[in-house]
Design a protein around this ligand. Structure first.
Ligand code: GAP
Length: 443
């Protein structure tokens, strides 16, 4: 099963560990190891660069996780932020309503059966997702509210003109009841959110603009287009604040039980398994009006209470989709090769420097010197803890785009072998030209 392979790779190679593992772990809470933290940072940095640094209409913010309890009353989260869940009377498992098989038409309606054991399910019940602390405060379930309560501060300090956006990346917490699917639905996770403030009459135009922009951003990350789709919410599905919402979904179908791995260049087979990576919502003036009412502060700007278009994505889900999308198994000279074909900009390590013979001090010395020379320019690691074949396999598995090997011949010709991850093509490069060569390749 691919899910197990990804989980095992993440643990074995240091991408993701279960939290507090030595105490038996904590359900649906995860720690990112040395490679995971790099991949996560690369995703967040790219988002920030594309949406804040390279645009003139979006500014950044970093608000606190804990907020005044009134915020959650005003935002409607205390009342409305819940999931509809059903329990199986036989196996006692709990399911979100959308994870129970699609229902037949109302004329020959049958109550849904448990997707695991076929048993009878209870009627759906509401479970509030807010995380309460012992001090009576709530951990934020979305970063968005930190932006709304700072709306006036930012308008007053920067004198921005509508339309403009405020961006934030930060932790969010939800008391998720149904768990599983690795990090997909965690209790603690990170969001990347933009609240884009617009004239009400222009809300539709900006909503369509952002659905399109955000879809293309995931393609830019390197996720295959055929594994992405946009799905518009039905009226019943809409959050209490939204007039319209579209999800950008990733096809996690080969992440599910019994699914087969795709071969190179072929996407996963179709089927169930489309799941949300990001939602783009038209939140109207709901939040600003509510905060105006509860706080008594005037949140009019340029003569209106602006409408808000909100692209809201998850760092953890993006990371998971990237791993699933990039994971390949192939046969090379009768042996299995696992390779993560990650976008080079996102790969946690860019270059691995490997000595062909670790018991030859002259070779080791050159390899370490090359590592030190490349280190200020590229994320570079030296490894001599196994045979060269094993070292290559290790780097392929974590998505390192280039390996540089120093061998006996290097002592004479002052050249090294550069090996490319995806094609496994090897090239001899003069040591003196290595930095330039890598700069070209990793541009
Ligand atoms: N401010 C709007 C909002 O929070 P959402 O659709 O509930 O909307 C936005 O969440 C994104 O946050 C989702 O598309 C998903 O990527 C991520 N997300 C939500 N709940 C999550 C969870 N329990 N675990 C991991 N990521 C989650």
């Amino acid at each position: 099963m691919i899910m197990e392979k990804i989980v095992s790779l993440c643990k074995r190679r240091g991408f993701i560990f279960s939290s507090s593992q030595i105490y038996g772990g904590l359900s649906s809470i995860w720690d990112y190891g040395p490679l995971g933290v790099e991949l996560k940072r690369n995703i967040k940095n790219l988002w920030w660069k594309d949406l804040v640094h390279q645009r003139s209409d979006i500014e950044g913010l970093d608000a606190a996780v804990l907020m005044h309890p009134k915020v959650w009353e005003a935002s409607g989260h205390l009342k409305n932020f819940s999931d509809l869940l059903m329990d199986c009377r036989e196996c006692k498992k709990r399911f979100r309503i959308e994870d129970v098989a699609a229902q037949p038409p109302i004329t020959n309606y049958q109550p849904p059966k448990c997707p695991e054991c076929g048993g009878e399910l209870t009627k759906p019940r509401q479970f509030n997702l807010m995380f309460k602390t012992s001090r009576g405060l709530f951990l934020r379930p979305e970063t968005a509210q930190g932006i709304f309560v700072n709306f006036r501060n930012i308008c007053q300090t920067l004198h921005l003109k509508l339309p403009f956006g405020i961006a934030q990346i930060g932790k969010a917490f939800r008391n998720e009841i149904t768990t599983g699917n690795f990090t997909f639905r965690s209790r603690e996770f990170e969001q990347m959110e933009i609240e884009y403030f617009v004239q009400p009459a222009e809300a539709q135009k900006w909503y369509e603009y952002w659905v399109n922009e955000r879809f293309n951003w995931y393609i830019k990350l390197g996720i295959k287009k055929e594994n992405l789709r946009v799905r518009e919410h039905s009226k019943e599905e809409l959050a209490h604040y939204a007039r319209q919402c579209s999800d950008i979904e990733y096809n996690f179908s080969f992440f599910t039980k019994g699914a087969r791995l795709p071969s190179v260049g072929q996407g996963p087979t179709s089927g169930r398994g489309w799941k949300e990576l990001e939602g783009i919502a038209n939140r109207q003036d709901f939040d600003l009006i509510q905060h105006q009412r509860f706080s008594g502060e005037d949140l009019n700007y340029e003569g209106v209470v602006p409408y808000i278009i909100e692209p809201s994505g998850g760092v953890d889900r993006t990371l998971l989709a990237l791993l699933v999308d990039a994971y390949y198994e192939e046969e090379v000279k009768g042996r299995k090769r696992v390779v993560l074909r990650l976008n080079k900009d996102l790969a946690p390590i860019k270059i691995a420097v490997l000595p062909l013979l670790r018991n030859r001090p002259e070779i080791v010395k050159i390899a370490k010197r090359i590592r030190d020379e490349l280190l200020p320019h590229f994320i570079t690691k030296y490894d001599d803890t196994a045979s060269i074949g094993k070292l290559y396999r290790r780097q392929d598995e974590i998505g390192t785009p280039y390996c540089i090997t120093v061998d006996v011949q290097s002592l004479d010709d002052k050249k090294v072998t550069a090996r490319e991850r995806d094609t496994m093509r090897q090239e001899r490069i003069a040591m003196s030209k290595l930095r330039e060569y890598m700069g070209e390749k990793l541009k």
